[in-house]
Design a protein around this ligand. Structure first.
Ligand code: GDP
Ligand code: MN
Length: 375
């Protein structure tokens, strides 16, 4: 750790005056970007926007991760653009990125990638995209550079934040309200990328319950969000339910709703680092081939896990934060909000997914308080 040829090479830039950011939240929080050196320009654009709209008032640490060593050019330019005193650059070891489990037959994976590419599936033929999605699903929170933080905000190159956050600090809010997952955009996933994800989760539930020698399985109260079929189980949300009952409940088809993960805020200790989350990830990675034979995205993986392991009251929709990641965005509907937060967006614009049929937001709000479907 610390040497450029070490798999855990990590480099930290400290800018004076060094003030460790502890005044906003009790727990430590960071802004995290997985990025390639060639994306420098887009990374700078994102940093500039997020600093102007939010972080210049808070100075949360930035963490950049890459599967290759960052260039000096990248480190110099990005660290200059960040307002925080501490900016970390972590290299992702191969074990967390490109080492695939033994049960994956790479020839088979290649055949499937070729055929998905031929069918026109987005990133259907890309192996690196699959490594990325798997890393964002089950590894980012394990990286040594990220371990010191409890909360994280994910960002990406070339995204935009339409509005000032003002006093709205997602980290602080999540800590105060004990939220574990926050999102801004929700929509339907491409079915071709996850044909067997849902059934794999069902099998996990059945098998976990069996392995633990109990037929009981704790489940969050949000499952109605994930299926358009009427759920049968109306049990108390906080109760343990029998695994069979959960699976019967799930037997509705997955409606493909997911939270867009390119902007998300998470309580890593309270969600990603829990043994339940990681046992699901181990199952999906070690027992099922879908990260490579299909093209499971981290967004549906995060979402299904959140609905499985969290209660709906632990999930928050940030409805006043304007955001854009091509080709979709979200813009606060309230004119008052837009004026007060100096938004540069128009909710009538076609990029505003919230008012489009392929948004899942209405479905989220319909079942929003987690009580309404417990008739
Ligand atoms: P999309 O948003 O699904 O279209 O995918 P992106 O190309 O934006 O990738 C998602 C995130 O992962 C972005 O932050 C990218 O910079 C990052 N990313 C994707 N592929 C790689 C890769 O091979 N190496 C690294 N270091 N980052 C990657
Ligand atoms: Mn992206």
């Amino acid at each position: 750790f610390g040497r450029p040829d070490s798999p855990y090479f990590s480099y930290t830039v400290y800018k004076p005056p060094f003030v460790e950011n502890r005044n906003n939240t009790i727990a430590k929080s960071c802004i995290l970007m997985l990025v390639r050196n060639i994306e420098l320009e887009g990374a700078l654009q994102t940093i500039r926007r997020l600093e102007d709209r939010f972080n210049k008032d808070h100075k949360y640490d930035w963490v950049f991760l890459n599967d290759e060593p960052f260039t000096l050019e990248f480190i110099t330019a990005t660290s200059a653009m960040c307002s925080s005193s501490k900016i970390k650059y972590g290299m992702i070891p191969r074990e967390l990125w490109s080492v695939v489990p033994d049960h994956i037959d790479m020839e088979e994976a290649n055949r499937r990638m070729e055929s998905m590419e031929a069918q026109g599936v987005l990133y259907g033929g890309s192996l690196s995209y699959r490594h990325m999605c798997r890393f964002q699903s089950m590894s980012f929170y394990k990286h040594p550079a990220v371990l010191e933080y409890r909360y994280y905000m994910r960002t990406e190159p070339d995204v935009d934040y339409f509005c000032d956050f003002n006093e709205y600090d997602p980290f602080k809010l999540m800590e105060l309200k004990r939220k574990k997952y926050g999102f801004v955009i929700s929509m339907y996933e491409y079915e071709d990328t996850i044909p067997t994800l849902w059934e794999s989760v069902e099998e996990f539930i059945e098998e976990t319950a069996l392995k633990e020698g109990t037929d009981e399985f704790a489940v969050g109260d949000g499952f109605q969000f994930l299926t358009d079929d009427q759920l049968i189980d109306r049990g108390n949300a906080n109760n343990m339910r029998s695994a069979q009952k959960v699976v019967d409940t799930l037997n509705g088809d997955y409606n493909l709703c997911h939270f867009w993960s390119n902007f998300e805020v998470g309580d890593m200790d309270g969600f990603y680092r829990t043994s339940r989350y990681n046992s699901l990830m181990d199952y999906l990675n070690l027992e099922k081939p879908g990260f490579y034979y299909e093209r499971w995205g981290d967004a549906p993986v995060h979402t299904i896990a959140a609905m499985l392991f969290l209660n709906k009251t632990e999930i928050i929709h940030f409805d006043t934060l304007g955001y854009f990641h091509a080709p979709f965005g979200t813009c606060p509907l309230s004119e008052n909000t837009r004026l007060q937060q100096k938004c540069l967006c128009d909710p009538q614009n076609e990029y505003n997914i919230d008012i489009e049929p392929h948004s899942c937001l209405m479905k989220w709000w319909k079942n929003g308080d987690g009580k309404r479907f417990l008739v």
